[in-house]
Every structure is written in C-alpha cells, then in structure tokens.
Design a protein around this ligand. Structure first.
Ligand code: WTA
Length: 695
C-alpha cells in the first residue's frame, strides 16, 4: 500500500466540516468546567493500603517506563499469559508502528509471531491453575428471581460445545460469525467460542433494526448467525428472531444467503411455537449444541490475527467495521481492567454494558475473564421493576466493583436517594463510569450517595477504536476531581492539538490526539484501510485523532468535553448524524435533513432533526411520526430523534453547504448566539426556522 491520497485533506476542517465558530464552541465548553477543577476528592488511607497503585509517584515511575521502553514494559506483562509460541523480537522490539500518514501506510503490530488464544487465556488457563470452581458468571434475569451461575469449568465446557458445533458447521479460522443476542450468558459464550476456533465474531447490538443488522451482515459476510428467540427488557418483549428473519430476507435480496441461523430458545420471553421458523436454515441451539463434546482443541492464533469486528458510527457515511487483533487486545484489556478497577481476586464485578458495544467486549467479557474475575451479567434494565434494582443486585451478589454509564446514573439520581439507601451496598469498593462525559453533579451523587463517600470513581475515557481504557484514574493512585478522567493509562501518550495540528503543552484545550501506538489499538477498518487512514490519522498528521475535544488543567488532569465531529452520544450510544439524516431522507416525503445534538438532562445528548419536505407536502403530526419511524426502521429505536423541526428551507452557504453551527444554536435555544448569518445564500430562512420551532 502506498501513501493515502492527502491532496484533498488539508486540515481537520475539510474532514469534519468544522469552522472557526465550532472550534470556539468546543473551547468555551471546556472553559466552563474550569471552576470545578479545584474540588478534589482524596482517597482514604484504608483504600490505599491495599491498592495496586497507591501514589502518584508510583504511577509516574511505571508510566515513565511504559513510554520510554514500551517494548520492555508490555513484554513483561505479556509474559504472564500463555503463549504457545513466543513473539518475535527484533532489536529488542516486540512491536512496530507507523501512525504517520506522511511516512507511508499506517500499520501497527504487537507481539507479531507470537501464538496464543484469548479464550484459552480467559478460561483454560484459570481452570488449569485450580480456579475451575470459581464463579465466572452470575447471571441475573430481567425479572427478579430468575438467575443462574456458571463456574469457570462449566463456562469452559459450554464454550467448547458451541465451538465444536461451529467447527462441525465448517466455520474455520478467519471466517466471520454474526451474533445478534440479548444479555444471556450465551452471548459471551458465543464470543468465546468464536475466539477459541479463530472465527471472527461480529456482535450486533440487539437494539439495532433488521435493516442495520442486514448492512452489517452484508459487510462481513458470515455463513452463520447466532441469535435468540426473544428477550424481555423491562416490561417489553423484543422478538429478536423476527428481526433476524427480516434482516436475512434483506441480505438475500442483495444476493447473499446465510446458511445457518442458530437460535437460542429463551422460553422466559417467547414460546418456541411463536417464533418464526425457516426449515433447513434455522436450528434450535438447545437441540444441537449440548450434544457436542465438552472439550475442544484450541486454534492457535498469531498475535496479529483478527479477533473481532465491531461496527461503530463515524461522522460520515456507513458504520465502520473496527477490527481488533488477538495479542495486543488481550494484554491491553486485561491490564487496563486490573489497574483501573484496582482488581483483587476476591472482587465481584458488575458491568451493566451490553456485549453489543465495545464495553461489553473489553470489560464484561475479555478483560475480567482474563483476570479470572467473577462477573455479574444482567439481562434487564437499571430501573425495572423499580429504581432500587441495581442496588438490590449489588447486595445480592456482594458486588464490589460496579461499572455503568452516566446516563444510568442520572436517571437513577432522578428517583432520589431513597431507593439507594434502602439497600446496604456495603460490598462496594470501586465505581466506574463510561461512555460520555460525566457531569460533576452526577459524579457527586454517584460518589456521595451510591458509594457512601468511600468508593473511588474510575471515569474511564476510551473508544471502540482504542480497545481499552486510555485516560482513567487508577483508584488509590491520586486525588479525583469530579468530571475529570484524570491521567493517561500506561503506554498512552495523549497530545492536545490546535486546529493547525500543532501540539500544545501545559494547561490548554483543543483536540485530543494520541502520539504513539498502544497494544489494544484497532488495526484497520474492515475492508477499508484508506478510510482508516483518512478518518483517524490524516486530520492531524503524526497522531491518532480521537474525535473528542479535551482540556488539560494545571495538575495535568484531562477533562473530556465531548465529540467535535458529527457524532452524537445519546445515552452513551454513538450515533452518526449522517446515518440519521440518511434514514430521514429515505422517507418518500422528506427532501432534506440535517441532524445535530443538543444537551439532554438524562441522555447526555438528544437528537434534533431539521427537515424540509418535497414540494406540495404538508407537515403534520402523522408525518412527524412516520419520519421518526423511518429512523427506527433503518437504525433502531435508540436513534429515534427527540425533536423534528420542519422548515421550508435550511440555512446554507452560497456553495450549498448546510450551516450546522446555526442549527446547533437553534436546537440549543441560544438564539442570541447565532453569529454572522450574512454569508448565507438566503439569510431569511433563519427567522423562518425560529418561527417554526414549536410546530
Ligand atoms: C465518549 C465507548 C467522556 C467519547 C467506550 C468517545 C467519553 C466516545 C468517555 C466513544 C468518558 C467514552 N468521558 N467521554 N469517560 N467514555 N466517551 O466507541 O466521546 O462507543 O469518543 O466507546 O464516547 O464511544 P464508543
């Protein structure tokens, strides 16, 4: 591969369609939190006495080595895993990287030549070490009273049976397997079974629509899809198999046929006879998988062989298949899990994320199991049947590490302190937050009320693309500040960069980039290395660009301020504005759509859609509902716009570009901050838009 064609990519503005005003916005947002900065939360001596990292000095020493000698640092850690064959070392180096597009193809390798298997390291290794009887998964059903548990030995057996079945179906190393399942233990079992035989899993979140699922299937072309008849989430029943059937019909129309649809019968949600069925293609999991042997030979994988694909939204175009490989991801997720949660062998860990997102991959499945942890897997939602459910579960399993998203915290906070205080929560030791910036008031409530003022909060900043934590507290290591992810993890070298691509130092704010590769970093985008380079490495040459804005304070702490591109973060779910727009304009009566985010009290951000209609079509509440429905059908209910704003015209420059800055201000109701509108082709559309706000 040669150089990326950079002729058309001169600056970040070209890619993200940013303009000076938007950059100013990101800056002022960053400065607004400045006042909070002096508030500190010290970690108690009692906590520090057992912490893995108990001072900033200890961290600084480890961190220094991790950036001065990354190869030595990571080789030492990697040695505690099982490698069938050790990695190659060239001039003392175990990794190679080029992240600078000016120097040629972007390429990253860690532990190349080393042969291992992540499933073996997550399960067999612990069983062989005598931990077979330890609980791997506590499963808690949607409805209180329905639960189950699996020891490491039992989990290994279940994984082997499915792995044997998949092999028997002809699934080989490198083949893709699509997984569309709810939070039953069978979902992580499916991921681990794929990993065991070298198949590439592609988990699609169960909230995505048939159409979105079919897109992902068409991109990775699996011969087998694993699913479930249905699931109960809160009071709702979701018939997943029906959605899969619709998706498979879609892909068939595109000329691609999936051979087998292995379906787990979830009788607590829907009866088998009520599940749509296509003879020959569909098979009940329970009818075949338990017949297979409980041991299964491992496929030894090169460290750089693909482990999984996970689709995520970007600022433009279709979702991208982020590709992670085996060795670096394994070492990185395990190490970040251990340090960021101060994991000890007797901890009980609960992560509320769904395996359909990266958090469920790295910190519900691989990271904790690689550490031999006992993990709670919860099928339901945090506020069902009532707002005390989470704390009931914490008490039931004596959860000591609890990891969730700010959106859940804010929604529970709204129900007040009482549902929390009705439960003891005395097992809790460490709390975690992920997915979006946590506002200081939610942080405070989480710390004071949920954690009774004695549990450090790990506010972990990272991304699907980074594989694991990038900026995060190490509990016990240093004082916390509400709303700050604090300091970089070992081996992570953040750079705050200005709009001209120059790194700025000290106390400052700008674009968050990373200066060098780390083991857990994605290696490419499925089938589109050029897009990988233009999206992440071309905007700021010599750096990996995160898409986030960030501020660094005088203590070197990092404060994430949200996306600076056209990605919206709704309840911690990443949604591309372009995807929502494309769903809206697919509606036969919609002419144009422009989607922006706006601050939302619970969800963090909400989706605000501006639309124009075809000539002669009149806007109505019915049309509004059917526009929203178009998004539900193409993406999923979680991406449904909160607000549809109809207008006869949208603000455009003379060259026809929609001015999103103005739309963002209107969505935020900051009408006195519209700025200069004189460059618009037709400035009168702005007044018209404002008039039509509440139609
Ligand atoms: C946002 C989720 C602030 C950020 C793991 C990032 C955060 C995007 C945090 C990635 C945090 C995630 N503080 N913002 N602690 N964690 N984000 O790929 O904008 O679903 O770029 O990965 O979520 O979302 P993704």
């Amino acid at each position: 591969g040669g150089l990326v064609d950079l002729a058309h990519v001169n600056s970040v503005r070209d890619i993200f369609a940013l303009n000076a005003a938007d950059i100013g916005d990101a800056r002022s947002k960053a400065d607004a939190v400045e006042e909070e900065e002096e508030e500190r939360e010290l970690i108690s001596d009692a906590f520090r006495s057992t912490a893995l990292v108990s001072s900033r000095e200890q961290y600084e020493a480890m961190y220094r080595r991790s950036v001065e000698d990354p190869d030595g640092f990571w080789a030492d850690i990697a040695s505690s895993f099982y490698w069938k064959t050790k990695w190659e070392t060239k001039d003392g180096k175990i990794h190679s990287e080029n992240i600078d597009v000016r120097k040629g193809r972007v390429a990253i390798e860690w532990f190349k030549g080393g042969q291992t298997n992540i499933c073996y390291n997550a399960l067999d290794r612990h069983v062989k070490a005598g931990l077979g009887d330890k609980i791997a998964f506590f499963w808690e059903g949607n409805d209180p009273g329905l639960d189950d548990k699996l020891t490491y030995t039992q989990l290994l057996e279940r994984v082997c049976q499915l792995a044997n079945y998949l092999r028997d179906q002809g699934v080989k190393k490198g083949d893709a397997v699509a997984i569309y399942m709810p939070m039953l233990v069978e979902l992580p079992i499916a991921m681990l079974a794929c990993a065991r035989i070298g198949a590439v899993h592609s988990v699609v979140f169960g909230g995505f629509s048939a159409e979105a699922l079919s897109q992902r299937i068409l991109d990775c072309r699996p011969n087998i899809v694993l699913t479930t008849s249905g699931v109960r989430r809160g009071a709702k029943v979701i018939k997943l198999k029906e959605i899969v059937d619709e998706a498979l019909e879609c892909v068939l129309r595109e000329g691609f046929a999936v051979g087998t649809c292995l379906t787990y019968a979830n009788d607590s949600a829907i009866q088998r006879e009520d599940t749509p069925w296509q003879k020959g293609r569909d098979i009940w999991w329970q009818d075949v998988v338990p017949k297979y042997p409980k041991d299964c030979a491992v496929e030894w994988m090169d460290a750089e062989d693909t482990l999984f694909l996970l689709y995520t939204s970007g600022s433009t175009g279709k979702p991208k298949g982020v590709l992670h490989t085996t060795g670096g991801y394994m070492v990185y997720t395990a190490t970040t899990f251990k340090y960021a949660f101060d994991y000890h062998d007797n901890d009980i860990y609960w992560c509320t994320a769904d395996c359909g997102w990266i958090t469920g991959h790295s910190y519900l499945t691989y990271g904790p199991l690689l550490n031999g942890a006992s993990v709670v897997v919860f099928e339901g939602v945090p506020n069902y049947p009532d707002a005390g459910r989470c704390w009931e579960i914490v008490d039931k399993y004596k959860v000591s590490i609890f990891y969730t998203a700010p959106t859940a915290i804010r929604s529970l906070m709204r129900s007040g302190d009482e549902p929390v205080k009705q439960h003891s929560r005395k097992s809790l030791r460490v709390l975690g937050s992920v997915g979006e910036p946590i506002n200081p008031s939610a942080w405070r409530w989480y710390y004071d009320v949920v954690g009774d003022g004695h549990c450090p909060i790990s506010d972990t900043w990272w991304q699907t693309e980074t594989g694991g934590f990038m900026i995060t507290p190490l509990p016990g290591g240093w004082p916390l500040k509400p709303g700050s992810a604090t300091l970089p993890f070992f081996g992570v070298q953040p750079a705050i960069v200005d709009e001209n691509g120059h790194e700025i130092s000290g106390k400052c704010s700008g674009y968050l980039c990373i200066k060098a590769a780390w083991p857990g970093m994605m290696r490419t985008l499925q089938g589109d290395h050029a897009r990988y380079e233009t999206t992440y490495f071309a905007p700021f040459k010599g750096f990996y660009f995160s898409g986030d804005g960030c501020r660094r304070d005088g203590d070197g702490y990092y404060w994430l301020t949200g996306r600076v591109d056209d990605v919206i973060n709704v309840s911690g779910h990443r949604i591309g504005t372009a995807e929502v727009e494309s769903a809206l304009v697919s509606h036969p009566q919609c002419a144009e759509a422009a989607v922006v985010g706006f601050d939302h009290e619970i969800k963090g951000q909400g989706i605000y859609a501006f639309i124009t209609l075809l000539e002669g079509v009149e806007y109505s509440q019915q049309l509004r509902a059917s526009l929203i429905n178009a998004v539900r059908i193409q993406i999923g209910a979680f991406a449904a716009p909160d607000k549809i704003h109809w207008a006869p015209g949208l603000p455009k420059t003379r060259s026809g570009k929609i001015m999103r800055r103005i739309l963002r201000k209107i969505a935020a109701n900051q009408l006195d901050e519209l700025g200069d509108i004189s460059t618009l082709a037709d400035p009168s559309v702005v007044a018209q838009l404002i008039d039509l706000r509440d139609v």
